[in-house]
Ligand binder design. Sequence first.
Ligand SMILES: NC(=O)c1ccc[n+]([C@@H]2O[C@H](COP(=O)([O-])OP(=O)(O)OC[C@H]3O[C@@H](n4cnc5c(N)ncnc54)[C@H](O)[C@@H]3O)[C@@H](O)[C@H]2O)c1
Length: 343
Amino acid sequence: MLKAAVIGVGSMGRNHVRVYRELEGVELVAVSDQSEETAAHIGAVYSVPHYTDYLRMIEECKPDLVTLAVPTDKHYKVGLDLIERRVNLLIEKPIASTLDEATELVQSARQSGVILAVGHIERFNPAVIELRRRLREGMAGRIYNIHAQRLSPYPTRIRDAGVVIDLASHDIDLMRYLLDQPITRLYGETLRSINSDREDMFNGVLRFQSGAVGVLDVNWITPKKVRMLTITGTRGMFSCDLLSQELFFYENETAPSQWDALSVLRGVNEGNILGIRIQRHEPLAAELADFVGAVRSGGKPTVPGSDALETLRIALDFMRSAEEQLIVNLLDTNVVGVAEQML
Ligand SMILES: NC(=O)c1ccc[n+]([C@@H]2O[C@H](COP(=O)([O-])OP(=O)(O)OC[C@H]3O[C@@H](n4cnc5c(N)ncnc54)[C@H](O)[C@@H]3O)[C@@H](O)[C@H]2O)c1
């Protein structure tokens, strides 16, 4: 039995508590929150000890692994405290607020031999798992375009991060994971519409080494929750609804093949539409099972800290691009030109 605990049992942390409680080979030993009321409530619901001081909890309960689900601007301080005490940890996404903080977390975990996983949960969405498998088999052919739409109403509880690092980091991570190649340049635009402190609307364009183009459309200003991903290649288009865990493939009937030299001249044509059967499961349960497995085996989790650091780097580059109206070239990390060059 591995002993698990959760620090920060607000809206996301309490899901971790529930899932640890149901996970085989894991014993939920305690919860901690700086709010006595919140900690006591969740402790009582799950009949485990609760703490407002997480250091005391670590000392007394000695968990083997901990989920850190405090607000993003606290990930660094609490995360380092845990790493210093050699506690394996899963930090909710994004890994931290700044690149320096994230880098220190990753380096300290490496030096201390601590497993550091990050909660980029979409990698555990069963529709994404199936999509990735089929992309690798070449079902869509050569990829031209990946398009992510993540639209939401405004979340009043998030006060420490804007929509780029809080929400778009999901899609940046997904694009990196699905295409599995370096991003060579990017350009972003943001808007502060409802929230005057931080951006709540983001549009970004990025280019991968293969030439594929990624487009991100992410905001907190939409009265409908949308989580869609489309990927277009030579052989057709995948359409994935991340919320309903549905995956479709729209075949390009005239996809070029080695037997039909003329097909390229006919362009793209509507072909069959394939609904792909998905074995649905809760992504968080798969994410925590993956983390627990890495702790047990000493292996690498599906989202190691180093990977989340790269995703944060891209998110922050998008912010810089938007603020300074620049195209950011990522191969040599130099800014190569002004926005007008895109036109
Ligand atoms: N993976 C996902 O899809 C997903 C979804 C939602 C939130 N998140 C991430 O989870 C984290 C928490 O977000 P949330 O929406 O649950 O926020 P929240 O405000 O609902 O909960 C945060 C909790 O942490 C507690 N807290 C704050 N500082 C603390 C400290 N120093 N020690 C102990 N407890 C402390 C607060 O009292 C609160 O109960 C954020 O990093 C967010 O980005 C991830």
